[in-house]
Design a protein. Structure first.
Length: 141
């Protein structure tokens, strides 16, 4: 399953454009890492909240995918994000995990951290609902 998830992640143009790497995959959990980039910041030099939300959304989606059948596609149907502090550091690490998995809907939580050296500071937290859908019209996993 890990190779299927990594192949799917590699097709995400937005994650490629942001420079995000999938640093960990296991059943029910995913970690994504975004190196600091000045071109992804807002006017004060912090990573833009929209970028943090996008990375957390992908982390939650792929965490959900780890517990779904291999023949489905995943789509986020809802998320709520709390921004806890400005997103700064050498990198942003997003860790998502499955809270509850149903047949069609999977609820995940995700946390984003600004990391400098060995110090992590929570910058955002997300609650997301992800849906399993049969691939249609050329949609890949």
């Amino acid at each position: 399953m890990e190779s299927l998830i990594r192949a799917s992640f590699a097709r995400q143009g937005v994650m490629t454009n942001f420079g995000v790497v999938m640093s960990r995959v296991e059943r029910g959990a995913v970690e994504l890492t975004l190196p600091y980039r000045a071109d992804l910041t807002q006017q004060h030099g912090f990573i833009h909240a929209g970028v943090v939300a996008t990375v957390l959304d992908s982390a939650c989606g792929y965490a959900a995918f780890t517990v779904m059948p291999a023949d489905v596609a995943v789509l986020t149907v809802e998320y709520k994000i709390n921004l806890l502090r400005p997103a700064e550091g050498e990198r942003i690490v997003a860790r998502a995990r499955v809270k509850r998995a149903g047949r069609t809907l999977v609820v995940c939580t995700g946390d984003a951290f600004g990391v400098t050296g060995d110090t992590e500071k929570a910058v955002a937290t997300m609650l997301a609902t992800v849906m399993a859908v049969p691939p249609q019209d050329g949609m890949k996993h």
